[in-house]
Write a protein that binds this ligand. Structure first.
Ligand SMILES: [Zn+2]
Length: 324
């Protein structure tokens, strides 16, 4: 965390304005809960918001945003603040383990070192297993001292209701597409057509679109659409297209396959052609819905030991059969 990105998140990401204002207001009125849950889709700035909150809560200057200059701010930027704790899955694991939660609670019980309060940051909160969530719940039920827990989650629905109900929620949603375009224009200076392509490939997600602007992902996305168009009515090309697409990052690939299928479903329903599909093609919308669901499932499976090449081939064969 650097000093520059911990001050005012709304200056960096304008769509966070209301969330930041809500937090400041609660803090000022002394109505900030002991636990705050920042929830919403990935790549919308939740972590920057969380970091700014951490910095503000620990900064020793009393002003609207962290000063970025005091001892506390410098220690946070250096990753060594004694009153600040991060809880994330350890390197070899996806899960936030119960021992980690217990160790955190132990630290929160101690008195503060240099700031007025202790702050813990838990991300991704949904990666706590049942035992971890249970251990944390005890701390949520009986908060000790002046502590604030900031939980960040892309999938809050996976957390027990008992945890969620004890958190003040700050819900960050994907910003309006027009705002994403404006933000990218102002911050990157890229050409409009590049921005449009990046936002499309990112499914409207602002930070993902920004990342795509300077990366080969844009071309990869075009390749996915090209592959899908090629296959319609030509199942013989499955092996070729499959080998071309199998080299892509599986998370991106399955998200794009799901997104493209979703676009086709919308176009079938609206009776409007898509610019990347042959205009005379008609597709079964029910079968497409199934395919989209399967792409989402495969995205989860692609992080397991299941063979990705086989999943892809199977999915593409079913896609190729969709032509009426
Ligand atoms: Zn400060």
């Amino acid at each position: 965390m650097s000093n520059t990105d911990i001050l005012n998140p709304a200056e960096i990401y304008p769509w966070l304005q209301e969330h930041w204002a809500f937090f400041l207001q609660r803090l000022e009125q002394d109505r900030l809960a002991h636990a705050v849950m920042i929830e919403g889709p990935a790549a919308c700035g939740k972590l920057v918001l969380a970091r700014a909150m951490v910095a503000r809560l620990l900064c020793r200057e009393d002003q609207a945003q962290a000063c970025g200059l005091c001892r506390s701010c410098n220690l946070i930027a250096g990753g060594a603040h004694p009153d600040y704790f991060e809880l994330q899955p350890e390197e070899d694991s996806e899960v936030i383990k119960v021992d980690q939660v217990r160790a955190l609670i132990g630290k929160l019980d101690l008195t503060t070192s240099i700031s007025e309060r202790k702050v813990a940051y838990i991300h991704p909160a949904e990666n706590m297993n049942a035992a971890s969530a249970n251990a944390l719940l005890k701390s949520l039920e009986e908060p000790t001292g002046n502590t604030v827990l900031i939980l960040v989650s892309n999938h809050p629905g996976r957390l027990p209701v008992t945890i969620r109900s004890r958190c003040q929620t700050i819900s960050v949603s994907q910003p309006d597409i027009q705002l994403v375009h404006e933000w990218l224009e102002n911050t990157t200076g890229k050409a409009e057509d590049e921005i449009i392509a990046a936002v499309q490939a990112a499914g409207g997600s602002p930070l993902r679109a920004a990342r795509y602007l300077d990366s080969p992902e844009l071309e990869a996305y075009a390749q996915v659409r090209q592959g899908l168009a090629t296959l319609l009515g030509r199942p013989g090309s499955v092996s070729l297209v499959s080998s071309q697409l199998n080299v892509l990052n599986p998370a991106d690939l399955w998200r794009w396959l799901s997104m493209c299928t979703g676009d086709v479903i919308k176009s079938v329903m609206a009776g409007l052609p898509l610019n990347w599909l042959p205009v005379n093609v008609k597709l079964h919308d029910k079968a497409l819905l199934k395919l989209q669901r399967q792409a989402d499932i495969n995205r989860q499976l692609s992080t397991t030991s299941v063979r990705g090449d086989l999943l892809l081939q199977d999915w593409l064969i079913r896609w190729a059969e969709q032509i009426i």
